[in-house]
Design a protein. Structure first.
Lengths: 909, 508
């Protein structure tokens, strides 16, 4: 009986989640297996004495692999921004050029002045407070910030750089045998590899690169998204597979897994109480990252302990890539925020989205026809629930041919779009990179005739299987193909849509249903003769480059909005991302935060998850809690699989509908904060959604927390993510001086002064969120049908005082749509509260005018109640009423001043 | 610009007002008295008193939202637009000054510099709506006439059903009467039959006992004749010496053959011989002297018999109720047929058989009538609308074709779907019930329990019934996977009375 149950369970399990055997393990991937088997402490690489060349911004050296005398060029460059280093290693004379990734970079990083000290003992290269100390044999570089060793390269000696070589010819006669160099026997899989029914011809043979990075100061490693796992990286060395970075379309992915997912962002951080550092491994080939934990080598730590060394083996990350070169940026910190900024300095930030993109998105696979779209939009109004964007998944097309409509169901697409835009709403439609192979379909004909498709190893158009059936994949590495694809977005080409329609690029890993691991063959060929192997993780990125170009040219006055599933370092410059095809269960809700936190520190501040879970029917309680959680995550979209029951909010019981409505309204009321945070993200480069350690780098207990997070340094968000609970534990962090901040419940201004875990009661309406004392948050409390309709609405400021009765905050205002802000047409205001006075002061000169005015100021944390207030602006003074608010907070009634004017509000006792 | 356009915020002057009292913006005439001019205003829920100047000053002071009827300041408030020449309308405060013209008189967008320029379209809208209403009224009127016919037909059908039911019930009570009568006759005749047959039964039993006695005697005699050495047991050799026991007729009684007759024993005594060996030996002896058919054939016959039995049983299962005790007894009679009865007894048996047959015939007639009554009450139990207006649709079917499928709706029976490119029909559901809202029950039908979807629920169809001049399926969609939505037009849904008091203008 129990055995039968077990089998039934097993069958259910297998039908509900991914089959891991469809994806490679490190052991099944020959380069990973080879590199991972390198023994630590026996590095064969050494600096060739006398090979140093010093330049004003860099040094070059030669390395040699002492096993076979193969030589390599090494270059270490000092970078202007952040005083970081870039380390590049390539073969001195490769048989053929090796791929170097450039598309991830925002621009060519500017090199800065370095100082070189070359004594007989060691070579030191320094820039600002940072220095790199070279060790010749075995090769190693130690990176110091202010004399603290934070990162060490090849200190474990796991470096491996497989030089390109000709395939050994099969032995023919005994005469030849004598002439042949005695060489190590190549393992099977080195010169060709099979997985399942797929064959990889590996024309260049073994060409992997691998290097280890130790972080002596780190108590936690994090980064390298995208994985459905905890924020803190787990030790993988000796404990199963490494983290894998290889963009894949994984059907019903597993949680708590190191398996590859849709995106690959090879940036990793090591953080400890004394210092933070990071490495950005700029390589787009399949990559594995093996994490060595301090506990992984018990023997050596005991030895070190006995010998008097206090620190055990430090955390280390062993990066292993299948091809390309070693191109690493060492992010020198010393704080977590510094490292995040150093990373976005190199790869770029998320450009300020249009306001609507930060509002709520309503999606489903699929809204059936234009009437369905309009009806859903109308229903949101009927139930007075704000909504900004309707989405169309693949079924809107004529048989999955992108840039066409199903004429039966969407015969009047322009009218449907107008119906939405008349209410300030938008439409987003899906455009995938697979192209249906159907004669007469213009896109296919053009690609075929012009040779735009990715080629297979025999240089014929590669054919795979995807939504349309037989499909081919434009070679987006070819600039001409990118331009062609981009041109299709122009309204003169796609006549049945408008420039208000935004774009969703999905399946761009690329997903190939019948390919190895559901993607393209590695020996396929791209522009410039590069193998797909070299560029795989960039394929989706190149589609985004093309889409962004198309939308920018379509309407230069409108900031494009693009959502992508695949992503690589730098993709944040073009698109928002989401965590792909998740599932309607509580654990997936929890992972929405873990995953977006990892993405956030890796440049992807515009991150979200499908609200409700993509697969499966969602029950009311989970659905409510998911809306509440997502209302405080950057990208906020409900989405569902075609086989699920419809789940628009009004299809649930009234109680649930109202809770969802409240969550949505709360999101809309905070849109001015979101907008300001994204402006500051673009200009400053810090993540919007932050792990606790970003703001509290000395609070060791907070390092690994991934059930709560901060929005900038202002709000602490700890959504309810468990079923049937009536309380949650909120962690209030400890500052450097061992004290805590003051935190105010945003619903009722109740003050929390203690640190550590505090259990707070929650009812079904509650989203536990706290505003930090010392901050001022802008809001708009009038709820409209869609966010563009809020543009003229007045502002509310929430002033949360710290222990010194001070606070400050900012507000960014512009047209919420165009690029005019880049030529200064904005109002950027800093608010400060000190000595019972709230002051606004412009940062820069405002060149934008607005109808918006200041509706109210709420002040929490005063220790006595003022009688009234006085506002002064433009030389006039008005008296203002004070209204009582909850928990001792007060409301200054209707200051009324236009937001384009500086003002002072003084409390009078 | 501080308190910009204060007057224009609080008050609105309509050129068409009959009197010159300024009206509070966003308040209907009916509610104007709740906002008496004065120094103060008390929130309508009585919770707070504020300065009159705080009325419509674009800041929400009253928890019940009553102080800002004309602005968007109170999130849950409402705004009244007069819409002269059209219908007045109450919209949510969130619609005020949001750049979208929600009132046809444009009164919701009164701050001109916010981008929305609202033309007054009430005259036009009013006309349009009146035309639409007129067209609608006409449709309802024409549809109503047809509906009346349908009601007549429906009622006639109801009467027809009622009279048919009455007739059936009459027939049933007649049949019940016949059944009682036949039961009585059967009872009488069978008791006579029983009495007559009891003589024969006793006789038969006596014969049987006698036969048994003879048989035992024969066994004992045979035992004695076989026990040639007289040791009181029969052994293999003694059997082997009897050529009559040569089973395979090869001229020898083998040891195996002997053991067969001795029931695999070396020796047996008289008692064992009688109880275990004699029946085999006797059969063999009878075969030998030709008084008994060989056992092989016997087996075949039994098999055939069993087959027939099986078939009969099959039939019995299908018509379970129809098989009475009569048949079982009939079989007994067949077996007794070998016995020759005296003419008087035979006559009684014949009479009893006839009485049994007549009773089962009477019962069959009753069952038939009962089935007819059940079918009829099934039809009767389906609601055909308030006045039987949908009744005449029962038994008809309507098609709708889209790109891929032909959908079929047979009201009160089923909904289905058939692919156009061939392939079999998929059942979307069987008639369940009316599921319209309480005030309009007959506006939606539910058909459920259809074919189960792969990886999904059972299919179902929700049929929205609308007024139209002919019976027609006008749309089919699948808003949820496997949950279909049909739109069906029929004059039966034309409600003439409920829709004509919409044209009042409370502003005039």
């Amino acid at each position: 009986m129990s055995l039968i149950l077990f089998f039934i369970f097993a069958i259910l399990q297998s039908s509900l989640s991914v089959d891991p055997s469809n994806f490679k393990t490190c052991e099944q991937s020959s380069f990973c297996k080879r590199c991972r088997s390198v023994k630590p402490g026996q590095s064969h690489y050494a600096i060739i004495p006398g090979s140093l060349n010093s330049y004003s911004d860099s040094v070059t050296l030669e390395l040699v692999n002492k096993e076979n005398q193969h030589k390599f060029d090494l270059k270490l460059t000092g970078l202007v921004k952040g005083n970081n280093f870039r380390l590049e290693i390539d073969e001195k004379q490769p048989l053929s050029p090796r791929y170097r990734v450039t598309d991830s970079l925002k621009e060519t990083p500017t090199a800065g002045q370095i100082k070189v000290i070359d004594t007989n003992e060691q070579l030191t290269v320094s820039i600002g407070p940072n220095k790199a100390v070279f060790h010749s044999e075995p090769f190693r570089i130690d990176f110091y910030h202010n004399e603290i060793l934070t990162t060490s390269v090849n200190s474990k000696g796991l470096m491996k750089f497989e030089e390109l070589r000709s395939k050994p010819k099969p032995v023919e006669s005994s005469e030849n045998q004598e002439e042949q160099q005695p060489s190590v026997e190549d393992e099977p899989g080195t010169w060709e590899e099979n997985f399942k029914s797929h064959h990889d011809s590996k024309p260049k043979g073994p060409e992997a690169v691998a290097l280890d990075f130790s972080f002596p100061e780190a108590d936690i490693l994090f980064g390298i998204p995208e994985h459905a796992d905890s924020f803190a990286l787990r030790t993988t060395h000796g404990k199963g597979d490494p983290y894998r970075l290889y963009n894949l379309d994984v059907f019903e992915y597993e949680l708590n897994s190191r398996m590859a997912l849709y995106g690959s962002v090879p940036v990793l951080y090591g953080h400890g109480q004394r210092a933070s550092a990071g490495v950005f491994w700029n390589n787009a080939a399949e990559t594995w990252v093996d994490i060595h934990g301090p506990e992984s080598n018990v023997v050596s730590s005991i030895v070190k302990f006995v010998s008097g060394s206090v620190k055990s083996d430090p955390y280390a990350a062993h990066f292993i890539s299948e091809s390309g070169v070693i191109d690493v940026f060492i992010l020198m910190g010393p704080t977590p925020l510094d490292t995040f900024k150093q990373y976005t300095d190199i790869t770029g930030t998320v450009p300020l989205p249009q306001q609507f993109a930060l509002a709520y998105h309503q999606c489903r696979w699929n809204y059936n026809d234009q009437k369905d779209v309009i009806t859903v939009s109308e229903k949101f109004d009927e139930y007075d629930i704000p909504m900004d964007t309707m989405w169309l998944d693949i079924e809107y097309t004529d048989n999955k041919k992108y840039f066409t409509w199903d004429k039966q169901k969407f015969g009047d697409s322009i009218e449907m779009i107008k119906n939405l835009t008349d209410l300030g709403r938008h439409l987003t439609i899906i455009i995938d990179p697979h192209i249906k192979r159907e004669g007469g379909y213009f896109f296919h004909d053009d690609c075929t005739n012009k040779g735009y498709y990715t080629k297979n190893k025999d240089n014929n158009d590669y054919e795979g299987w995807c939504w349309p059936g037989s499909a081919s994949y434009p070679d987006l590495f070819n600039p001409e193909v990118r331009k062609y694809f981009a041109d299709q977005y122009l309204v003169e080409n796609f006549k049945t849509y408008t420039k208000d329609v935004m774009i969703w690029n999905d399946m761009n890993e690329p997903s190939v249903f019948n390919g190895p691991e559901v993607t393209m063959l590695k020996d396929n060929l791209h522009f410039g003769g590069w193998e797909h192997r070299d560029v795989h993780n960039l394929y989706g990125h190149m589609q985004l480059v093309s889409t962004f170009d198309g939308l920018s040219r379509r309407d230069p006055n409108q900031r494009p909005f693009i959502l992508s599933r695949a992503h690589f370092s730098g993709s944040q410059r073009y698109a928002a991302i989401w965590t792909g095809d998740n599932k309607a269960d509580w654990e997936h809700l929890e992972h929405s935060i873990k995953m977006c936190l990892s993405e956030s520190v890796a440049g992807f501040s515009f991150c979200g998850s499908d609200v409700g879970g993509f697969f499966g029917n969602v029950e009311a309680e989970l659905f409510r809690r998911w809306y509440q959680a997502a209302a405080f995550q950057p990208f906020f979209r409900s989405h569902a699989h075609i086989d699920t029951k419809r789940r628009e909010p009004w299809l649930f019981p009234e109680e649930t509908r109202l809770i969802i409505r409240d969550a949505l309204r709360k999101r809309y009321s905070y849109l001015p904060l979101w907008y300001t945070m994204f402006y500051e993200h673009e200009t400053v480069g810090l993540p919007v959604m932050r792990p606790m350690l970003a703001q509290y780098p000395h609070d060791k207990d907070a390092f690994a927390i991934d059930s709560q997070y901060l929005l900038q340094d202002k709000l602490l968000v700890r959504p309810v993510m468990q079923q049937g609970v009536n309380k949650v534990d909120v962690y209030f962090p400890v500052k450097d001086d061992k004290t805590g901040d003051l935190w105010y419940d945003i619903d009722n201004y109740q003050k929390y002064e203690n640190t550590g875990y505090i259990s707070v009661p929650v009812d079904e309406n509650k989203i536990p969120i706290y505003q930090r004392g010392g901050t001022i948050v802008p809001k708009k409390e009038r709820i409209r049908r869609s966010s563009p309709l809020m543009i003229h609405d007045p502002y509310t400021l929430i002033v949360a005082l710290d222990k010194n009765h001070q606070a400050k905050g900012t507000l960014f205002i512009d047209d919420e749509k165009s690029y005019e802000y880049r030529s200064g047409k904005f109002i950027y205001t800093e608010f400060t509260f000190d000595k019972d006075t709230l002051r606004s002061k412009f940062i820069g000169t405002p060149k934008y005018s607005t109808n918006s005015w200041l509706e109210r100021v709420v002040i929490a944390g005063l220790n006595r109640q003022p009688k009234q207030a006085k506002i002064t602006y433009e030389g006039k003074t008005e008296e203002l009423d004070i209204l009582e608010n909850a928990h001792g907070a007060i409301t200054v009634r209707k200051p009324g001043s236009n937001m384009a004017k500086e003002f002072t509000i003084q409390l009078i006792y | 610009m501080f308190f910009f356009a204060f007057i224009s915020l609080v008050f609105s002057f309509t050129n068409f007002s009959k009197c010159d009292i300024p009206r509070i913006r966003g308040v209907s005439i009916a509610k104007t008295s709740l906002y008496p001019p004065g120094e103060h205003f008390t929130c309508l829920d009585g919770s707070r008193t504020i300065k009159f100047s705080q009325l419509n000053d674009d800041f929400c002071d009253c928890p019940d939202n009553s102080d800002e009827p004309g602005t968007s300041a109170c999130p849950g408030g409402s705004f009244h637009c007069a819409n002269l020449y059209h219908r007045p309308k109450t919209i949510g405060s969130s619609r005020v000054n949001d750049g979208i013209c929600d009132c046809c008189d444009g009164s919701d967008e009164y701050i001109q510099n916010l981008g929305a320029k609202c033309e007054n379209t009430c005259l036009e809208k009013g006309r349009e709506e009146r035309e639409k209403t007129k067209a609608r009224q006409e449709l309802l009127k024409k549809g109503g006439l047809i509906k009346n016919e349908m009601i007549m037909r429906g009622k006639a059908l109801k009467v027809e059903r009622a009279s048919k039911l009455l007739e059936l019930e009459k027939r049933k009570s007649e049949a019940d009467g016949i059944k009682v009568e036949k039961e009585k006759i059967k009872h009488e005749v069978e008791s006579l039959e029983n009495e007559a047959l009891s003589v024969y039964r006793e006789m038969e039993e006596r014969d049987k006992a006698k036969q048994e006695e003879i048989n035992i005697q024969e066994a004992e005699n045979t035992f004695i004749s076989y026990d040639t050495n007289g040791d009181g047991v029969v052994d293999v050799q003694e059997i082997q010496s009897n050529l009559a026991l040569d089973k395979d007729r090869d001229g020898v009684v083998t040891e195996d053959e002997a053991l067969y007759f001795l029931d695999d024993k070396e020796t047996i005594d008289l008692e064992y011989f009688k109880s275990n060996a004699w029946s085999r030996i006797k059969s063999q002896l009878m075969i030998k002297d030709g008084s008994f058919p060989p056992p092989e054939e016997d087996g075949k016959e039994t098999a055939e018999l069993e087959n027939t039995r099986d078939e009969e049983e099959g039939e019995q299962e299908e018509e379970e109720e129809e098989t009475g005790e009569g048949e079982v007894e009939e079989q007994q009679t067949t077996r007794q047929e070998e016995i020759q009865y005296d003419p008087q007894t035979q006559q009684l048996i014949d009479q009893a058989n006839q009485a049994r047959n007549e009773l089962s015939e009477a019962e069959r007639v009753i069952r038939e009538i009962e089935n007819e009554i059940k079918d009829l009450s099934d039809l009767e139990s389906r609601e055909y609308g308030a006045s039987e207006e949908f009744a005449s649709l029962s038994g008809e079917c309507f098609d709708y074709e889209d790109r891929e499928y032909i959908y079929k709706l047979c009201p009160f029976e089923r909904a289905s779907q058939q692919p156009k490119n061939g392939g079999s029909e998929t059942r979307l559901g069987a008639w369940d019930k009316w599921i319209g809202s309480d005030d309009n029950k007959y506006s939606r039908m539910m058909y459920n329990g259809g074919a189960t979807c792969w990886n999904g629920p059972q299919r179902s169809a929700d049929v929205h019934v609308e007024c139209g001049l002919e019976n027609k399926l006008t749309a089919v969609s699948e808003p949820n996977r496997c949950e279909y939505s049909f739109t069906f037009q029929t004059p039966a849904a034309c409600e003439h009375h409920s829709e004509h008091h919409s044209e009042n203008h409370d502003e005039l």
